[in-house]
Design a binder for this molecule. Structure first.
Ligand code: NDP
Length: 673
């Protein structure tokens, strides 16, 4: 008998006397006792707010990202222990891969996004500097900083590991401590993963806590700095988000709930087309992976009316070949639902759907007695011949291996049917026609969190309709909960406050740790290219000598590079162009001369020029004009143990002091000389 424990205020807490008995879906026998421990919710919140929050916020985004990478590596090395528990949840090895490897992989991706797309500091810059005044003495910058409260994660039973990690990784990267509450039915698998997280010793005290069982009055104690991130049923979401304290404090409430996701077979697909085969394969996988208990599962299969019978035939033959049974037996492709209660719920919903749709494949009574007496169900495919008048197929979700086929007349009708779900997490479209993809997108994107367009061009690298990727947002409007998770750095920002800062360039530089144009320029003791990464200060600047550009320079550059564009070679043709007074210097010639002006040629800490961002040419440079460069250290980012990246702001001005070009130059600079 498993006894998953809570983890509160740095202590493991065993199940209490009123613990719930969890029956295994595969055998029907009791496998665990969970919950019922008397947890002090206020003490847990205080622990997170006073210990975990400050410790996490003291780190930079990069330090937290490194920590997440180390955590993912630690879990990856121990995942077999999680796979050993996985079949007890009713899940096959393949299901477990989505959950366990999926959760660890998501953590790796969020860690890497943090390193590559967030600063090595405490303030995230959201967008560019806004010029709010004529002389540039008052500027605006949107920033994001971690919330100072706690993230409460209330998770669903179907992905005990992925569901935990896909919320935990962005929360910790944001710098916010979390209290995780898994669904009781599969809490033992989440607890096993959580125990590894604690045992790793990687996280600061108070960064994460676990509630196995009920949350008591936790939500009544939340404030404006806290966030609730909920995954589960629409009913529970509606009840929890109406909590008076959450409403009073405008506490953020992110909901990701069941939705009637659609998959459209494009009007261009015929039974012998690759798109038809892809649709059938994916629809069958969606019905059977996790026994259909996936928030993203395709519930409504929208097919061209003339193809309905062919789709029924193709899907039925694949479904008939499927083996169902004990998920620990590799021969079985589909395991059990999570519990007898879940099975009863699916059968109840199926009865409602059958009033509008006919069963075209599958019979719950067809299972052998040993499976029928436990939480197993066969896949059941329905067909609803009149999707326009139907109501339940668009609103009642049987959270199991159940999907309905809906025939459509034309692409506009298909999109209309897809939108009848009232908002979904994901809709997919199987087509080889980009025009159909565009028509469906314009008619339907507003109703879905993600649109997955699949056809022969992408098939070999398909990631799957049902796989939320850490790079892409997961969540959807309306019926799907109106929430949003993941989506790279977007998912991190859900746990941060966006604040508009207005102030002088020096004020913004001090706050953001990034030199803002107009802020004080510092003069270093030597040429900046002779200074190490550690020595260079933000704001350190050099001004170069001027260099005059001659007509010979322009012609030499044109002939040398082959860029003999008329604006550089033909005075009359150039003058006829609205941008140029006559022949002008190449922009790339100016950049090359600029490098020649600011570079310090001797070997030194600068290792390489690795890129150039946001280049713009603002004024033409004519023969006889001169240019000079201002180069200022703008941003520093540690990259490896040996070197880091310095971004420089470079401006080129002419003999009249007018700016002719601006860009951001990237260099890799050694920590040591
Ligand atoms: P619930 O909405 O009942 O539970 C989801 C989570 O909320 C669980 O952790 C549950 O804990 C918790 N919870 C329930 N009531 C409260 C409460 N009063 N206070 C705090 N936490 C609470 O969903 P189920 O897991 O029972 O699944 C029911 C249906 O939800 C499914 O049939 C399906 O339609 C949908 N669903 C959607 C999912 C999705 O990914 N979008 C995933 C899973 C289910 P506990 O387990 O302890 O009750």
């Amino acid at each position: 008998m498993l006894t998953p424990e809570s983890y509160a205020c740095g202590q493991w807490v065993a199940p209490g006397e009123t613990a719930t008995e969890i029956k295994g879906p595969v055998t029907g026998e009791a496998i665990a006792r969970a919950g019922g421990s008397a947890l002090d919710m206020q003490a847990m919140l205080d622990f997170a707010r006073t210990k975990g929050g400050p410790a996490l916020r003291a780190m930079t985004f990069h330090q937290r990202a490194k920590l997440l990478k180390a955590l993912a590596t630690y879990l990856d090395g121990r995942k077999e222990e999680l796979y050993a528990l996985n079949p007890m949840t009713g899940a096959t090895k393949r299901d477990g891969w989505v959950d366990i490897d999926g959760g660890i992989g998501t953590t790796f991706v969020i860690a890497s996004k943090g390193r590559r797309e967030m600063p090595d500091g405490h303030v995230y810059l959201d967008g560019d500097v806004e010029q709010l005044s004529r002389n540039g003495t008052l500027l605006g910058q949107h920033i994001a900083v971690p919330l100072q409260g706690v993230a409460v994660h209330i998770n669903a039973f179907n992905f005990p590991v992925w569901g935990t990690m896909e919320k935990l990784a962005p929360t910790l990267l944001a710098g916010v401590p979390a209290i995780v509450k898994p669904a009781t039915q599969t809490s033992y698998l989440t607890e096993a993963c959580f125990r590894m997280i604690i045992d790793s010793g990687l996280l600061p005290e108070g960064a994460v806590q676990l509630i196995v069982g009920r949350t008591g009055d936790l939500l009544d104690r939340l404030t404006a700095q806290d966030v609730v991130s909920f995954t589960g049923s629409a009913d529970t979401a509606a009840m929890l988000r109406a909590n008076p304290k959450l409403v009073e404090n405008s506490t953020r409430f992110v909901a990701e709930q069941d939705s009637l996701n659609a998959a459209i077979l494009g009007a261009d697909a015929t039974p012998d087309s690759p798109e038809f085969a892809l649709f059938v394969k994916e629809a069958v996988a969606e019905m059977t992976t996790k026994a259909g208990q996936k928030c993203t599962a395709m519930r409504r299969l929208i097919v061209p009316a003339p193809q309905l019978d062919a789709v029924i035939e193709a899907m039925s033959s694949k479904l008939a070949a499927l083996t169902i049974g004990d998920p620990s037996d590799k021969a079985n492709r589909m395991g059990a639902l999570a519990s007898m209660g879940q099975k009863a719920d699916v059968l109840e919903k199926l009865a409602i759907l059958k009033k509008e749709a006919r069963v075209v494949h599958g019979d719950p009574d067809s299972l052998p007695a040993d499976l029928a007496s436990c939480a197993f169900l066969p896949p059941i495919l329905l067909a609803c011949d009149d999707p326009d008048s139907a109501v339940s197929v668009h609103s009642v979700e049987a959270f199991g291996p159940v999907s309905s086929l809906l025939p459509y007349r034309d692409t506009a009708h298909a999109a209309e049917i897809a939108n009848r779900g009232g908002g979904s997490l994901v809709a997919s479209l199987f087509t080889n026609d980009p025009a159909i993809a565009r028509e469906v997108t314009l008619a339907s994107a507003a109703w879905h969190g993600r649109l997955y367009v699949m056809g022969r061009a992408s098939a070999d690298e398909a990631t799957g309709h049902g796989s939320p990727l850490p790079h892409m947002i997961h969540g959807g409007p309306g019926r799907a909960g109106g929430g949003e998770e993941l989506g790279g750095v977007r998912g991190v920002l859900h746990y941060m406050q966006r604040t508009a800062i207005q102030g002088s360039p020096d004020v913004l530089t001090a706050i953001t740790g990034t030199w803002i144009k107009g802020a004080t320029e510092l003069t270093g003791p030597s040429h900046p290219f002779q200074r190490t990464f550690r020595e260079i200060q933000i704001g350190e600047t050099i001004h170069t000598e001027p260099r005059t550009i001659s007509l010979e320079d322009i012609e030499h550059f044109a002939n040398f590079t082959g860029d003999t564009f008329y604006a550089h070679m033909d005075d009359a043709a150039a003058a006829a162009n609205p941008f140029f007074p006559g022949r002008v210097a190449h922009g790339y010639l100016l950049l090359s001369f600029a490098a020649g002006l600011f570079v310090q040629p001797d070997p030194g800490p600068v290792l390489a020029n690795t890129g150039l961002n946001s280049l713009s040419f603002q004024k033409p440079v004519s023969p006889g004009d001169s240019i000079k460069v201002r180069l200022t250290a703008k941003r520093k980012t540690q990259r490896t143990e040996e070197y880091g990246e310095i971004a420089w702001n470079a401006t080129l001005t002419n003999q009249d002091g007018d700016q002719v070009a601006e860009y951001e130059l990237l260099t890799m600079v050694s920590y040591e000389r």
